[in-house]
Design a protein around this ligand. Sequence first.
Ligand code: NAD
Length: 553
Amino acid sequence: MPTPNPRHPNFPIPGGPVLRAKGWRQEALLRLLENVLSVGEDPDNLVVYAALGKAARNWASHGAIVRALCEMEEDQTLLIQSGKPVGLLRTHTRAPLVIMANCNIVGQWAKAEVFYELQRKGLICWGGLTAGAWQYIGSQGVIQGTYEIFMRIAEKRFEGSLAGRFILTAGLGGMGGAQPLAGRMAGAAILCVDIDPQRAEKRKAVGYLEHVAPDLDTALAMIDAAVKEKRATSIGLVGNAAEVYPEIARRGIVPDIVTDQTSAHDLVYGYVPKGMSIDQVRSLREDGQGQLMAASRASIVEHVGAMLDFQRKGAEVFDNGNLIRTQAREGGVSNAFDIPIFTEAYLRPLFARAIGPFRWMALSGEESDIARIDDLLLSMFPDNRIVTNWIRLARDNVPFEGLPARIAWLGHGERTELALAVNRLVEDGELKGPVAFSRDHLDAGAMAHPNIMTERMKDGSDAIADWPLLDAMLLSSSMADLVVVHSGGGGYAGYMTSCGVTVIADGTDAAAERLEHALTNDTALGVIRYADAGYEESLDEIAAKGIGHVPVG
Ligand code: NAD
């Protein structure tokens, strides 16, 4: 039985033992599609997160996808082109059930304005990373990544603890909404600015944000009190970051850590320029794109100007993966890239070993299935400090949204081992239903994004998108259930290509074979990608785990 969804009553959370499709594999993908909408930011418009990241091209396409998933046999493959189903072809039972290519625009044409025009004509949609691939699990999807970043900074700058430290950030949307909880879990006092009161209230309602302050004075007083008491807290503030950041700087206050997760990547559908209301921005989106782009960029220049100011005064400042430095540089801030990107600054040694944001979703809809897998994980990897620490924290602090799900940064071999053990639990009837395994596209071999994931690679291979394409072909050859290649849309047009994968553990031997091949090869490619770029950790991992790397020369 689906669970009612009070926030979006038309989008119940899937679950229960009854199948509408002809098998669990098809049913699983249908439930994942339903899930991304149930936890999405604007499901009525099919928007899941990141301003424009959509689950399907339009409602007609969505309806046709649902029908195809319900009617298709296991030996067929559904082809999806930018959120629209275009073919249902006979393949074989070991082939993916769904393959997708979303928003891949030929190089010289891959510009925001071209994307907007194609979208207006109904020819394309952007899938974000996990929206169009039906892998989004709400703000939980990035929460461990955000938490690990804060903890790396704690180790680097604050003797391992963020108690008594002030984090300033902005953006309480689909992904940015993870920040208040991640900051609080890391022990800090975190202030999160968002222009949209509804976003702040939503994060409070789902338990990711503790308080919404009525004004800046109150917010700063609350932060100050928490810092003095070394008490972890999360405070939301409704305001424009392009005004609030410079005002905090003007008052001579220097936070310990500063970042931002507004949708700065999209100057039309994402960022709200200062001095404009959300309604004014909405009315300009169709007819005043040029005006909106100029106004957003001018505000981002001030916003990043304040971030640079904080950095000069000693704060740890980083770009949290929203292209804000790129937009500022285009607006004339020549030193915007003095701010480092989080991947290179804090997480690259993990990615070099293909340790990244792995996730699983309980298709039964039962939270007890996730609790059982938490126990399994703790017993299987007792020496993996990152994972055991995270699971203990997450089970106490991270509320479920939509289908119960968990994320954990696991690496090569570990992901396969866990998935196979879970598949056995499904087979033995110890879980109430099958489990879907997936990961963020921001993963070792899966993403080329020269201003986020692959910035300043050791060998300069930042812009080479062969790796995600190889990954997708490899995953199709490795029997994954869903394989997708995404490129950037809106403000990300021309900036990135990524690959996504989902594999269903339905307790069968065939599922075990699919999980083993797909998950093992996915991380193998990740390690090989970094080894090829010259990272020592990757070469060690190749030697330690016997990964089939072909050294040249
Ligand atoms: P979203 O569109 O759901 O939310 C963006 C939020 O920013 C909204 O709540 C909006 O009201 C707010 N906002 C816009 N302009 C503002 C301004 N000037 N001042 C204050 N608030 C403002 O997007 P999201 O899914 O939360 O993603 C945010 C950004 O993070 C995107 O650029 C996305 O691509 C990026 N992202 C990064 C990672 C990562 O791994 N680091 C992961 C996912 C997304």
